[in-house]
Design a protein around this ligand. Structure first.
Ligand SMILES: NC(=O)c1ccc[n+]([C@@H]2O[C@H](COP(=O)([O-])OP(=O)(O)OC[C@H]3O[C@@H](n4cnc5c(N)ncnc54)[C@H](O)[C@@H]3O)[C@@H](O)[C@H]2O)c1
Length: 348
């Protein structure tokens, strides 16, 4: 059993406490931390967590309990100070996406984890789903030969769907597209080279910043991805992972994942189509621990066994997903000018 301390019991953090962590049998909770006493009171009242497991700071918890892992489920701006402190206290860490506010902070945390010989994982939960895993395997096996074009669409109408983060800067690129960017890297098994991106705030939108954007992303092996995302779409809502069409020289792979909408969840779907043939639905292998349960079970297993599996979203791996966020934001700021990933990776 991996003993864990959770830090950050807010809206999403409490969902981890209640719905995710109890479903991972290899993790035992030894402490819960939040700087806000109301958040602490909620875990005590709603989940019956005893007072001696609750703390207002990580430092206090570390003095009182023995633990192997910190589960950091805070807003992005709090990731850097809390993860840094957790690593300095010699804990392994799993942190919610986006990893950090800047590449420089993320690099510093990666270096610190290495120096302390600790595991640092970013919870890129969309990786732990049947469709992207199957797509990554098909692309790896070159099922339909080389890729011609990858097209991805993400559509949601935030105002009618219980959205909460109206004033967040870059609500699309930093908060949502990070999932799609990370999946691009996993499915293509490649890293991005350069991007061109435009974003905007549609008329009548309640967002303070840009919820809609389009990007062209060139990968190192030459694949081009055409990405369109919107929180202000009146079209049919896509599943959270978006709708993907991977056009290859001998056929097409179409898939979508995390089909949760208005309280209903549908299964992942993937279909293949040989040129001029009818599409074939592919039966997807279930994932033992899907989604956030998957990231948590994965980090617990790495801590227990010391062996790191394929497609593990370590902090180091995640630098390129974060770089896609930063590069698209920079390109959008420069009116769609091409931005090399190397430029944002080297920024201090
Ligand atoms: N993976 C997904 O699909 C998904 C979905 C939604 C949100 N998220 C992510 O979840 C994260 C948390 O979002 P949220 O809505 O729960 O935020 P929130 O603002 O509701 O909660 C953050 C909590 O952290 C606490 N906190 C802040 N600094 C602290 C510190 N130094 N020590 C202890 N406690 C501290 C606050 O008191 C608050 O209770 C974000 O990074 C967001 O991107 C991920």
């Amino acid at each position: 059993m991996v003993k864990a301390i959770q830090v950050g019991l807010g809206f999403w953090g409490f969902d981890w406490t209640k719905e995710v962590i109890p479903q991972v049998p290899t993790v035992e909770m030894v402490a819960y931390v939040d700087a806000n006493p109301e958040a602490i009171a909620r875990v005590q009242a709603e989940l019956g967590v005893p007072q001696n497991k609750c703390f207002l700071s990580l430092e206090e918890a570390a003095r009182s309990v023995e633990a192997d892992l910190v589960i950091a489920t805070l807003r992005t701006e709090a990731h850097y100070p809390v993860v840094k402190q957790a690593l300095e206290l010699d804990f392994n860490v799993i942190v919610e996406k986006p990893f950090a506010s800047t590449i420089a902070q993320a690099k510093e945390l990666v270096a610190l984890a290495k120096a302390r010989n600790r595991i640092l994982m970013v919870s890129q939960n969309y990786r732990f789903q049947p469709a992207p895993i199957a797509a990554a395997e098909m692309i790896g096996a070159q099922k339909f030969g080389p890729i011609n074009l990858v097209s991805i669409d993400f559509r949601r109408h935030a105002p009618s769907q219980g959205y909460r983060y109206w004033d967040m800067p870059d609500p699309l690129l930093a908060d949502m597209s990070i999932h799609h960017f990370d999946l691009m890297r996993m499915v293509l098994n490649d890293n991005p080279k350069r991007v061109s991106c435009r974003t905007w705030n549609p008329a009548g939108s309640p967002f303070g910043h840009h919820p809609t954007g389009v990007a062209t992303i060139e990968f190192e092996k030459g694949v081009i991805v055409s990405y369109r995302g919107s929180w202000m779409s009146n079209g049919p809502a896509t599943p959270w992972a978006g709708e993907w069409t991977i056009d290859c020289s001998e056929g097409e792979i179409w898939w979508t994942s995390r089909d949760h909408f208005m309280g209903k969840a549908g299964p992942d779907r993937l279909q293949t189509r040989e040129r001029d043939a009818q599409p074939k639905q592919v039966e997807l292998a279930p994932v033992e621990y899907p989604d956030r349960r998957g990231t948590l079970a994965a980090v617990a297993k790495v801590i227990e066994t010391g062996s790191v599996p394929a497609r593990f979203s370590s902090g180091e791996d995640n630098l390129y997903s974060l770089a896609l966020v930063q590069a698209t934001i920079l390109s959008a700021f420069r009116d769609g000018e091409w931005v090399e990933i190397a430029e944002v990776m080297e920024r201090v």
